[in-house]
Design a protein around this ligand. Structure first.
Ligand SMILES: [Fe+2]
Ligand SMILES: [Fe+2]
Length: 323
């Protein structure tokens, strides 16, 4: 039922229809009526996701000009371009909810909308590129695969393609690390150092502990979220431990151990104060990331102006041809 069809039925009937769609695990589409809270939650979450893809290009782009070989440069370029594509699909998904990407970018550069805290850490050497692919894209996959079943159709469909590309990102990172681990002692030290720096921030990518995540219950009831933050974090740890063993690196957590009773790994608590600090703008690279995004937006203004002028000219020509 579309919003216009149901106007006569009133708000109660619209709500009942929406609830039934969610209960039957069907998709909500842009033309459908949806509660304001559902729409607002999706706009916030998808915008935050889109911003993360775009800001996330910066730490890796930092190494494109210094990649150690043509092969590594081509891989890294392809990956960073994929992230731009992810941002664009996601901004398009937000626009199906009635918002404008220009406004969302305003909110990002004015600090009124967030992006993933992970991208506020610096990339200090080329092993960071491998570790980001392995851990950061690996965590993104664990977060995003369940979103392919999100109740909002455009978001779920965008996620299917995004996840396929994330899987390439994870593999290229792991393959780079395997190569470095079979290299020199210095290269192995670089991989271990990068793992030490990225491990805890990667665990923070799943968000605060369930007890501290007030929106999770509602998001799960709406079928936006399918698992809690702690469930996803556990899944990531269980998946990553054997990969670390194969690589020959040590994960920097003395509390990490297999718990045969639970059938899962036990692991230590991330530093949630650090998480909050970084999320609230005080991480090592927050100011630099937002400033760079703002500058890129200003530098690109002439392209948007030219595209708009071209579109207006085309429309004029078509009008002329129609007369
Ligand atoms: Fe991505
Ligand atoms: Fe990625």
């Amino acid at each position: 039922m579309t919003a216009t069809e149901a106007v006569a039925g009133g708000e109660d009937e619209l709500q009942r229809h929406f609830d039934a769609t969610i209960d039957h695990d069907q998709r909500v589409e842009p033309r459908d009526w949806m509660p304001d809270g559902y729409r607002g939650t999706l706009v916030r979450q998808i915008a935050q996701h889109a911003h993360s893809e775009i800001i996330g290009m910066q730490p890796e782009a930092n190494w494109i000009t210094r990649a150690p070989s043509l092969r590594r440069k081509a891989i890294l370029l392809a990956k960073v371009q994929d992230e731009a594509g992810h941002g664009l699909y996601l901004y398009s998904a937000t626009e199906t909810l009635g918002v404008d990407r220009t406004d969302l970018t305003d909110k990002l550069v004015e600090g009124r909308q967030k992006y993933s805290s992970i991208f506020n850490y610096p990339t200090l050497n080329f092993a960071d590129i491998g570790v980001i692919g392995w851990l950061v894209d690996g965590a993104a996959i664990v977060n995003q695969v369940p979103l392919c079943r999100c109740s909002y159709g455009p978001y779920a469909r965008a996620m299917i393609r995004v996840c396929k590309e994330e899987s390439f990102h994870q593999r290229q990172g792991y393959e780079l690390l395997l190569t470095m681990m079979s290299g020199t002692d210095e290269q192995r030290r670089m991989v271990q150092d990068a793992t030490d720096r990225w491990w805890w921030p990667s665990l923070m990518m799943f968000g605060p502990p369930d007890g501290d995540s007030p929106n999770t219950r509602q998001s799960m009831a709406w079928g936006i979220k399918r698992h809690t933050n702690d469930e996803l974090r556990q899944k990531f740890v269980d998946m990553t431990v054997p990969q670390a063993e194969t690589l020959g690196v040590t994960l920097p957590d003395p509390g990490l151990a297999w718990n045969s009773e639970r059938g899962h790994h036990d692991f230590g608590e991330p530093d949630w104060d650090e998480f909050k600090r970084v999320l609230h703008g005080n991480g090592p690279c927050n100011a630099q990331r937002v400033e760079r995004r703002r500058a890129a937006r200003e530098d690109g203004q002439w392209v948007r102006d030219a595209a708009a002028a071209y579109a207006a000219k085309q429309a004029d020509r078509e009008r002329g041809a129609a007369v």
